[in-house]
Write a protein that binds this ligand. Structure first.
Ligand SMILES: C[S@@+](CC[C@H](N)C(=O)[O-])C[C@H]1O[C@@H](n2cnc3c(N)ncnc32)[C@H](O)[C@@H]1O
Length: 272
């Protein structure tokens, strides 16, 4: 049984306005982790075969971080050789992210890398470019700004979602999945650091609690991903495919943010 965690759908732009107000009133420390995703650093450096990777590409892979906040993962990906687009609904966030990326390009922090030897390796290679865009993920059109030269936009090679899905009203989840399917390239991957997996599904957000079954329902089964019952969310991973994606990998990262209490999982998805 699918149950809705909220009664009436709220307009999409209310969600973006709410986030912009949090940025403008100086409350970004509510979710700021102070460093890039350790789980993603590990994936890029230890399991490069699982994702489009600069070491195996004739051109720099193009990455998108929607809801990038201060841009920790944007700068980190660029330091690993990706051309990265950070998308934010908040102009204040983008201003903060631009300043942060400039400091990291001038003097990269060790936390961008697994260890001193990989730091030397990646800093010795070509770094990618960073571009921040102020727009709403759900507004169609901003992606044409992410073309190289005058080519047609063919999608991102890598999209990274960390605390973006959980920042959305639950009734926006199905549109999130639809939008991801439009933005990913046919050979690209969507990487999700699934969070928060410990939060009671009945509690309000943001962040709204998420489960493996919610991602599965949205991406593989083509459902609306709205569950407030643990058992239903668990069995959702057995649902038949009707969605745009297949899951390629489901990985327990060797390290992640402490706030996840050891429950973070990395999932990697591609178009079927
Ligand atoms: C929980 S924060 C996470 C930020 C970042 N991923 C991090 O880990 O620090 C969610 C971010 O998504 C942004 N956001 C929310 N809704 C958005 C939308 N519809 N389009 C683009 N950005 C959005 C917010 O402004 C906020 O910075």
């Amino acid at each position: 049984m699918l149950t809705s965690t909220c009664s009436a759908p709220r307009p999409h732009n209310h969600q973006g306005i709410g986030w912009s107000e949090l940025w403008d009133s100086g409350q970004s420390d509510l979710w700021d982790r102070g460093e890039p995703s350790r789980a993603l650093v590990n994936l890029i450096e230890s399991k490069p075969d699982l994702i489009p990777h600069p070491s195996r590409s004739s051109r720099r892979p193009r990455a998108l971080v929607p809801g990038c906040g201060k841009g920790y993962d944007v700068a980190m990906l660029a330091l690993h050789g990706y051309d990265v687009y950070g998308l934010e609904v908040s102009p204040t966030a983008v201003e903060t992210a631009r300043a942060y990326a400039a400091t990291q390009f001038a003097a990269p922090s060790p936390y961008n890398f697994l260890n001193a030897s990989t730091e030397d390796q990646y800093l010795g290679s070509e770094r990618g470019q960073v571009r921040f865009i102020v727009d709403d993920f759900f507004a169609r059109g901003w992606e044409v700004e992410c073309r190289s030269n005058d080519e047609e936009f063919t999608g991102f090679d890598l999209i990274y979602d960390y605390t973006f899905l959980c920042a959305l009203f639950p009734e926006m989840r199905q549109d999130w999945a639809q939008r991801m399917s439009e933005l990913i390239s046919p050979s690209g991957v969507l990487v999700c650091l699934e969070f928060p997996s410990y939060k009671d599904l009945k509690l309000p957000g943001p962040p709204w609690g998420l489960r493996e079954g919610i991602y599965w329902d949205l991406l593989v089964a083509g459902g609306n991903g709205i569950f407030d019952d643990e058992e239903t969310a668990k069995t959702a991973t057995q649902a038949a495919s009707g969605g745009a994606f297949k899951r390629l990998q489901y990985i327990k990262p060797p390290r992640s943010y402490k706030v996840a209490k050891g429950t973070d999982m990395l999932s990697i998805w591609a178009l079927r």
